[in-house]
Design a protein around this ligand. Sequence first.
Ligand SMILES: NC(=O)C1=CN([C@@H]2O[C@H](COP(=O)(O)OP(=O)(O)OC[C@H]3O[C@@H](n4cnc5c(N)ncnc54)[C@H](OP(=O)(O)O)[C@@H]3O)[C@@H](O)[C@H]2O)C=CC1
Ligand SMILES: Cc1cn([C@H]2C[C@H](O)[C@@H](COP(=O)(O)OP(=O)(O)O[C@H]3O[C@@H](C)C(=O)[C@@H](O)[C@H]3O)O2)c(=O)[nH]c1=O
Ligand SMILES: [Mg+2]
Length: 285
Amino acid sequence: MKILLTGSTGQVGHELERSLQGLGEVIAVDRGRMDLSNLDQVRDVIRSVRPQLIVNPAAYTAVDKAESEPELAHRINAEAPAAMAAEAKALGAALVHYSTDYVFDGRSPGARVETDTVGPLNVYGASKLAGEQAIAASGVPHLILRTSWVYGMRGKNFLLTMMRLAKERDELRIVDDQHGAPTWSRTIADTTALILAQARAGGQPWWERNSGLYHLASEGRTTWFGFTQAILEETGIDCRLVPITTDQYPLPAPRPQYSVLDTSRLQERFVRLPDWREALRLCVR
Ligand SMILES: NC(=O)C1=CN([C@@H]2O[C@H](COP(=O)(O)OP(=O)(O)OC[C@H]3O[C@@H](n4cnc5c(N)ncnc54)[C@H](OP(=O)(O)O)[C@@H]3O)[C@@H](O)[C@H]2O)C=CC1
Ligand SMILES: Cc1cn([C@H]2C[C@H](O)[C@@H](COP(=O)(O)OP(=O)(O)O[C@H]3O[C@@H](C)C(=O)[C@@H](O)[C@H]3O)O2)c(=O)[nH]c1=O
Ligand SMILES: [Mg+2]
């Protein structure tokens, strides 16, 4: 199987480049080869590579910056995936795509299932939702994997930011009223590969029975404050932590208050997911 992988310089893409190796020939394209803001280039690359599977972790992920660049965010997060879906469909290929807990408004507590009402609060979330909807509407065989609070030992993420800040400062003030599940980039990549491998082992292409939307995040939940406490415990870095409210940390983009994803659908069909705290421990190790 020929697999076209985007975003291999990103957190999830980097892990996927490793995790997908056993499944076929992985052709990784970076921004230089395929710029997602250039839709003609997206189409041209897919037509020349002719993959059987496209895996697309590339995205515009700068949540605050997106508020002042809505058109660019929409092109990368919605129009490019729509173009990938159309090209994949024309080739008879399938598409694996990633989305976010930020498609939800998060106004009430409780974990969200795939069929729950969406209502993004910010430009990033709206652009990601538009991407999901375009793929679903295209009729291409697909997996859309919604994840949350991604971290890892490379790239730009909350774990590395907090490790740096905690070393630099005596005290950190961290929001303690936004609830979610931190998810290790490696969990996402390995789970993706497992789903693809399992489905293939069934003797029929996975999309014949399992095309659709799935929540893929760690088990359990915490707040950004709780996540930071755990980061300090695991890394042994010493710093005073002060819990604050969202109002006390103003940012350009509003964030959902409760965006825990219910992952039962994925776990019942495919594979168990690890607890967030345990995954953090393994990652830091
Ligand atoms: N990060 C998070 O907390 C979460 C992420 N997600 C979703 O998971 C997926 C993976 O995210 P993650 O790995 O964390 O993202 P990263 O921000 O770590 O990586 C983004 C990747 O997209 C690439 N990219 C951005 N713009 C373009 C462009 N115009 N053309 C080509 N490539 C581009 C980047 O390339 P370059 O290095 O050149 O910039 C990079 O490889 C995304 O769909 C994201 O929306 C979902 C929930 C949480
Ligand atoms: C740096 C810092 C942040 N915070 C708060 C701000 C914010 O409410 C929260 C998280 O901040 P960040 O900007 O790192 O996280 P954010 O960019 O909102 O992370 C999101 O990224 C996108 C791509 C997703 O899809 C989401 O799932 C989610 O992971 O932590 C503090 O309270 N204190 C601090 O010192
Ligand atoms: Mg951010």
